[in-house]
Design a protein around this ligand. Structure first.
Ligand code: HEC
Length: 146
């Protein structure tokens, strides 16, 4: 009788340990299945031509038939309204990515959708190069390391 009780206790302990051992493994498998898929960066625009970008920035175009500088101002620094951002001196990649996103419909704005809709990759590269190389009022912390 005593032996049977000890035997049962050992069997119960073994079952408990077995259950504990498999639980984290199952959780790990579930986690791996739900891991988000990595996306490649969308901003893979090559270097543009600032001169071509300047011409384009001053040309009436897009659904609104307006030039970029009409809204964003000369060199992208003097917007003609409080809802129109300064883009002069903004990072080239940021400008290219914003234009790509409007064009793809990933970012939407009633005005910019029509302006970016028909831009080619080359035009986006040129506009990003032009506005990105203008003196701007944007600042970051790089002056602290100079
Ligand atoms: C009719 C006015 C108008 C014209 C023309 C226009 N824009 Fe814009 N632009 C806007 C407005 C308004 C916004 C802000 C939209 C938003 O909130 O997403 C904007 C946003 C942007 C942004 C994003 C800025 C940021 O900080 O995220 C970029 C880049 C840009 N415009 C570039 C251009 C370029 C290049 C052209 C010419 C091809 C152009 N825009 C023409 C009104 C205009």
């Amino acid at each position: 009788m005593k032996n049977a009780t000890v035997g049962l206790a050992i069997a119960a302990l073994a079952l408990t340990l077995a259950a504990c051992g498999s639980a984290p493994e199952a959780a790990q498998k579930a986690e791996a299945a739900e891991a988000p898929v990595q996306k490649a960066p969308t901003s893979q625009i090559s270097e543009g031509n600032a001169e071509a970008g300047e011409k384009l920035a001053n040309t009436k175009m897009g659904a609104n038939n307006q030039a970029c500088v009409e809204c964003h101002g000369s060199h992208g620094n003097k917007p003609n309204g409080p809802d129109r951002p300064k883009i002069g001196g903004q990072y080239r990649d940021y400008i290219a990515h914003a234009l790509q996103s409007y064009r793809a419909g990933e970012r939407t704005n009633i005005t910019m959708d029509g302006q970016a809709k028909d831009l080619t990759d080359e035009q986006i590269a040129d506009l990003a190069e032009y506005f990105g190389t203008q003196q701007g009022e944007l600042s970051d912390l790089s002056h602290l390391t100079k």
